[in-house]
Design a protein around this ligand. Structure first.
Ligand code: PGA
Length: 242
């Protein structure tokens, strides 16, 4: 099974566009047997998007580290689960950069998401500066150790890890597959051979297969291209050949 996560981020701008994009992607995903598609739209669209395929699910892009309550502007994993989400992205680098999230808040969010039976997709990745300093594996290890601290073995296997080098996100400068492989290998040493490890960062139809085949990833986390139905369809088709 190859996981393809569509991270729409804060897009598109309106209900009509969201419904159209979703319908197009659903139509293109029909019959792609090897692909498990997870669409993560902005939360406001979740109740309006009905998944009609067995191999597709909805996911959130973030969730609170607590249950419902007095947390203005937040979204509880209980609410995501009620909206039929099965997955939630946690610790995305944009959350870390713009909304001051840390490994510690990610850790609390992952635990609460698990309490509500959501599968967390925990994002890790080094900045350009950390890469230049040769600290990639050290940074990933820290993010994994702190982000997954105190999670018992029976739950650890339910968490997906997404390696997203910060410098590769939205830049068109995707990570070289050989470098990405070094990271997936080392994540599997830390988390076990069966860990579900995804790659994200400027993934497109042309480079998708290299991460799945050469670099040994279990799936892809796709931002920009997931907003373009035709290109995304090509990407899913290519990934299905891996
Ligand atoms: P990108 O985003 O595919 O636009 O680089 C990936 C992500 O941030 O998840």
């Amino acid at each position: 099974m190859i996981y393809i996560i569509a991270n729409w981020k804060c897009n598109p701008a309106g209900v009509k566009e969201a419904k159209t994009l979703f319908a197009k992607i659903m139509a293109k995903a029909r019959g792609l047997r090897k692909i498990k598609l997870i669409i993560c739209p902005p939360a406001c669209y979740l109740p309006l998007l009905k998944v009609s395929l067995k191999n597709a699910s909805l996911g959130g892009q973030n969730s609170l580290w607590g249950d419902c309550g007095a947390y203005t502007g937040e979204l509880s994993p209980r609410q995501l689960a009620d909206l039929k989400c099965k997955y939630v992205i946690i610790g995305h680098s944009e959350r870390r950069k713009y909304f001051f999230e840390t490994n510690e808040t990610a850790n609390r969010k992952i635990k609460t998401a698990l309490d509500f039976k959501l599968t967390p997709i925990y994002c890790v990745g080094e900045t350009a500066e950390e890469k230049e300093q040769g600290r990639t594996l050290e940074v990933i290890k820290n993010q994994l150790d702190a982000g997954l601290a105190g999670i018992d073995a029976k739950d650890a296997g339910k968490i997906m890890i997404a390696y997203e080098p910060v410098w590769a996100i939205g830049t068109g400068n995707a990570c070289a597959p050989a470098d990405a492989k070094r990271v997936s290998d080392s994540i599997r040493v830390m988390r076990g051979e069966d860990a579900v490890v995804l790659y994200g960062g400027s993934v497109n139809a042309e480079n998708a297969v290299s991460y799945l085949k050469e670099a040994g990833y279990s799936g892809l986390l796709v931002g920009g291209v997931s907003l373009k139905a035709d290109e995304f369809a090509k990407l899913m088709k290519e990934a299905g050949k891996a």
